[in-house]
Design a protein around this ligand. Structure first.
Ligand SMILES: *Cc1c(COP(=O)(O)O)cnc(C)c1O
Length: 428
């Protein structure tokens, strides 16, 4: 009566698959305990910030029109500043996504003639057009802002010699991407980011160090702003929105940097004073409140999957034992059927749109076909359980999220069951 096996069976998950999963989970007890402890640490950080900033019931309702004196918005920005230990923050529904937040931080803090440096290799795909690495209208390049890049060394470490050489009198801003995104390089720990920033500031103290913090928030107990970053930037439909924010982005950092961003987001002269919060404030607050435990749930899912698929002989990045600095997990199946079966399994475990079967398609901007699984409450939200993979060698799937650990577990078991049913995994 009331046993788990029966509860899994309507999902088509066999006793063998469940048992295989349970054995792995049993071996992860200590790591999960550490994740819970980090969640606890960060939960207290968030509650303390909310108390310190005197969040009240009045903060949860919104304004319309110009949004002057929007108590909820202004207080939330103080809360973010307190959580990230920064002087100021800009947290707005008018920041439409992570790319927008990053573009805003860059465009508002760079001026014609300045140079942008990425000392960690190629940035996230969408930033190529923001910067003008790929020709695009409105890029930084069009405004006379040049770009330099120093790749990581083959072992994933910083190329300090070439970073030193790349910093010159024009270098105004350094962009550091914490997460590997969809590349195979390692994700940077907060400690590593701190070392890099210290090195750069020693060469040029007044350079602005910005960190693309997407997928990294609350994975560790410190954030890049604790180790010298002048700005940390991210999306609210990833970790810090806790699954509840329906839109939005944030920039937390030095007062001057944040104000520059505000003058660019709204208008010179207006800055942070305008921008109605409409009806999203309660979801921004509650999402931030949930973010530490939601991030831990996603992290458990990522580590569970790494252990499951590594044990079955697939290559996984990060591997089963590595320490984690973001919530993304890559699994390489080596054949298209593996990617497709995995994504279809994730979709079949979703609370929304579970009855649709994702198919690969020619997505604009990609060289190969891509398959995506997302049955999310918030469209495109990747803190919710989601997966995607290009149908091209090495046939790897990238997945992330899970608002709750049981859901992440279900998704991974269902993906595994699909692989078993299609004989892609032959023996557990
Ligand atoms: C998601 C992401 C972005 C862009 O965010 P969008 O919300 O998709 O525009 C930028 N950098 C990294 C590392 C990301 O993971």
């Amino acid at each position: 009566m009331y046993n788990l096996e029966e509860q899994y069976s309507p999902f088509g998950i066999s006793k063998d698959v469940l048992t295989f999963g349970e054995e792995i989970i049993a071996s992860l007890e200590e790591r999960f305990r550490q994740m819970d402890e980090t969640a606890e640490y960060n939960q207290l950080k968030v509650i303390h910030a909310m108390q310190q900033c005197r969040v009240s019931e009045a903060c949860l309702s919104g304004t319309t029109g110009y949004g002057y004196n929007d108590l909820g918005r202004d207080t939330l920005e103080q809360v973010y500043a307190a959580v990230f230990h920064t002087e100021d923050a800009l947290v707005r529904p008018q920041i439409t996504c992570g790319t927008h937040a990053l573009a805003l931080a860059l465009m508002s803090n760079l001026r014609p003639g300045d140079e942008l440096l990425s000392p960690v290799g190629k940035p996230y795909d969408t930033l190529e057009e923001v910067i003008g690495i790929r020709k695009s209208r409105g890029s930084l390049k069009e405004y006379g802002i040049s770009y330099r890049q120093v790749d990581l060394l083959p072992d994933g470490s910083f190329d300090y010699d070439n970073i030193r050489k790349a910093i010159n009198e024009k270098t105004k801003l350094v962009t550091i991407q914490r997460s590997k995104g969809y590349q195979t390089r390692p994700t940077l720990s907060v400690a590593k980011i701190g070392e890099l920033i210290a090195f750069i500031k020693e060469i040029k103290p007044d350079v602005i160090c910005m960190v693309d913090n997407c997928y990294g928030e609350f994975v560790e107990r410190t954030e890049p702003s604790d180790v010298g970053a002048d700005m940390v930037v991210g999306s609210l439909i990833k970790n810090p929105g806790g699954g509840l924010a329906p839109i939005g982005g944030y920039i937390a950092g030095k007062k001057e940097c944040v104000e520059n961003a505000a003058y660019r987001l709204t208008s010179p002269g207006l800055g942070k004073e305008v921008g109605a919060s409409l009806g999203v404030m309660s979801s921004f607050y509650q999402g931030l409140f949930l973010a530490p435990t939601v991030t831990a749930s996603a992290l458990k899912g990522a580590v569970f999957a790494a252990n499951v698929f590594e044990k079955l002989g697939f290559s996984v990045i990060p591997d089963s034992r590595e320490s984690r600095h973001d919530i993304i997990q890559a699994v390489t199946f080596g054949k298209p059927e593996g990617v497709i079966a995995f994504c279809q399994g994730i979709q079949a475990a979703a609370p929304v749109d579970s009855f649709v079967t994702p198919q690969q398609w020619d997505m604009p901007g990609y060289d190969s076909q891509v398959i995506m699984a997302a049955g999310a409450f918030v469209s495109g939200s990747s803190i919710e359980l989601s997966a995607d993979g290009p149908i091209a060698p090495p046939y790897a799937v990238y997945f992330q999220g899970g608002l709750t650990w049981p859901h992440a577990k279900l998704g991974i078991l269902k993906a595994l069951q699909n692989l078993v049913d299609q004989n892609i995994v032959e023996k557990l």
